[in-house]
Design a protein around this ligand. Structure first.
Ligand code: PEP
Length: 251
């Protein structure tokens, strides 16, 4: 049986000036000190380097919230995988629902970014998830399988085994409405089963799958106790000292 290490990532979104980031990280690096969990702070581009310097020597990783699929060139406003690597950044969130919705990113765009991240040894946290309308229409699984299949086009089984998929039902993001543990487990298991179908069981068993959507200090332990949930992608609660309660959940 494969033992997967928990991975708990904060997604700061467009929050935290470098000054605010310094204050929060100085506090969290003292309190998020669990060795059996990979902790990742995914932060805005301007905070990447200062935050990475602050967590040097700890077991906290730093991740970007997005990146572009080209190495360099005339793409005003974008940041590239080589820039991230040069700054010591080891994770990148790709395909967050806010990027899909507001910046019209398609599964194909996300796939190009996933491939680029692997080219530079950056671990992608690829987000998938359904809207409330899709859930009510009964097409959740169909939608998520499509996101997984198209997002992983051309990705090898070794790469899939090393990456992270975050299941984030859009209706649970920033709404205070958490999916029930049964709903979260059901879809995380379905993602794992589908990866086994696309690749093989070993690959699926090694892949880490996070749940995201209004995770907080109170509901984390129950969610993370589910057999197919290997940690969380946390928005709002990652901006507060409370994030340490999530990282230090009762296993
Ligand atoms: C997110 O932004 O990925 C997220 C899950 O947000 P929240 O925890 O605030 O719902």
């Amino acid at each position: 049986m494969v033992i997967r290490k928990f991975i708990i990532a904060g997604n700061w979104k467009m929050n935290m000036t470098p000054t605010e980031a310094e204050k929060l990280v100085k506090e969290l690096k003292e309190t998020c000190n669990r060795k059996d969990v990979d902790v990742v702070f995914c932060v805005p581009a301007i905070d990447l380097l200062p935050v990475r310097l602050l967590v040097d020597g700890t077991n906290i990783f730093v991740g970007a919230e997005n990146m572009y699929s080209e190495d360099k060139g005339a793409y005003t406003g974008e940041i590239s995988a080589p820039m991230l690597v040069d700054s010591g950044i080891s994770f990148v969130i790709l395909g967050h629902s806010e990027r899909r919705e507001y910046f019209h990113e398609t599964n194909q765009d996300i796939n190009k970014k996933v491939l680029k991240a692997f080219e530079y040894n950056i671990t992608p946290i690829m987000c998938v998830g359904e809207s409330l309308a899709q859930r009510e229409e009964g097409i959740t699984l169909h939608w998520i399988r499509e996101q997984v299949k198209e997002g992983l086009e051309g990705v090898t089984k070794e790469q899939v085994a090393s990456m992270v998929i975050a299941y984030e039902p859009i209706w649970a993001i920033g709404t205070g409405k958490t999916a029930t543990t049964e709903q979260a487990q059901e879809i995380c298991k379905a993602i794992r089963d589908y990866v086994a179908e696309l690749y093989d069981q070993d690959t699926a068993d090694t892949l880490r799958i996070q749940y995201g959507g209004s995770v907080n200090g109170k509901n984390a332990a129950e969610l993370f106790a589910q057999p197919d949930i290997d940690g969380g992608l946390v928005g709002g609660a990652s901006l507060k000292p409370e994030f340490a309660e999530i990282v230090n959940f009762d296993a």
